[in-house]
Design a protein around this ligand. Structure first.
Ligand code: DON
Length: 321
């Protein structure tokens, strides 16, 4: 293993070397509160199984989960009702379409949404969270996440209000889901819980910790607490590989090869499983990664963040494939 300061220096160099790739994207203009972020920000935190954090670049900043929340709702719901309950209501097939597309429904008329990471599948499963109201459902998810990260989390009210006011596409999707009988609660309630979960504020450190727990199949190797089952973690990782980066999941798998989930805030949560036959010693026992780079590409993934992960994975041989 390189000395800790060597890893730290390496990450700092890679952040600066990749910052310029932000030019390949723009901040998420369709949610005005996200659109006004400084697109040149880039930061990363990596966490190893001994609890050592390596953070470089813009890591002081908190940002909203956005679509990263979809992976976490999937895990929380599966923990509460069991994996079978969830998989009866949402499939695990990638669509190859944009995250907010209505096309797969219109063309294929599936008997359940294709996967829980596209907006249609995510709205469907968020609506199933335990609790009679969207407030109670939100509290359930929040407590689950607070338990994972070990500290209180908050809603970014400005981002919530901004998305609520501009959520025409999601509203259309939710009406479609209601008509197809996938949605068991009212449209406005379903949108409320979905938009709330997207507006939960986190740091790159929080994402690194949750990523590490997923990499370790639901087990936190630092606190020695088992949060969710191996089976749930396995399906979560399959979804992250096949759908986590939307319609560039194939490219991400080929060039980065780490289960990951992105959000339009520019966050990426990645789970690096242990790899004992790795060609390098860095993070051989696995890692969690949190990235923030708010300039996103057309698929909705952090432009500079993706390029940086590509370099890190190649240099440190982190691909699972
Ligand atoms: O529903 C939306 O459009 C956003 N709240 C979340 C989308 C998202 O993060 C897709 N990500 N890459």
């Amino acid at each position: 293993m390189q000395t800790n300061s060597r890893i730290q220096e390496q990450l700092e160099a890679w952040v600066e070397g990749n910052r310029g790739h932000a030019i390949l994207g723009t901040t998420a203009q369709y949610i005005p509160a996200l659109g006004k972020e400084d697109p040149s920000q880039l930061g990363i935190c990596m966490l190893d199984d001994n609890g050592n954090y390596y953070c470089a670049g813009d890591t002081d900043k908190e940002f909203t989960l956005q679509s990263i929340s979809k992976a976490l709702t999937f895990i929380a719901l599966s923990c509460n009702y069991g994996l079978d309950f969830v998989l009866e209501r949402v499939d695990v097939e990638p669509t190859g379409e944009a995250f907010n597309s209505i096309v797969p429904f219109e063309i294929h008329r599936p008997n359940k949404p294709f996967n829980p990471f596209i907006n249609a599948g995510a709205i469907t499963i968020s609506a199933l969270l335990p609790g009679q109201t969207s407030q109670k459902k939100y509290e359930f998810l929040l407590h689950f996440l607070e338990n994972l990260v070990g500290h209180p989390l908050e809603l970014d009210k400005e981002v919530y209000d901004s998305e609520w006011a501009s959520s025409h596409r999601n509203r259309a999707l939710a009406y479609y889901l209601k008509e197809a009988k996938f949605l068991e609660i009212e449209v406005e309630e379903a949108l409320d819980i979905y938009i709330r979960q997207c507006a939960i504020k986190v740091s790159t450190k929080d994402l690194a910790l949750i990523g590490l727990i997923i990499a370790y199949d639901g087990y936190n190797p630092i606190t020695k607490v088992k949060h969710f089952s191996d089976e749930i973690a396995q399906v979560a990782k399959v979804l992250m590989v096949t759908c986590g980066m939307y319609n560039s999941s194939g490219n991400f798998a080929a060039h980065v090869g780490i289960p990951a989930k992105s959000g339009v805030s520019g966050g990426i949560m990645a789970a690096v499983p242990p790899k004992l036959h790795s060609q390098t010693y860095e993070f051989r026992a696995g890692a969690g990664i949190g990235v923030y780079g708010p300039a996103i590409d057309v698929q909705g993934n952090s432009a500079a963040g993706t390029m940086m992960l590509r370099q890190i994975s190649k240099e440190w041989d982190l691909s699972i494939f």
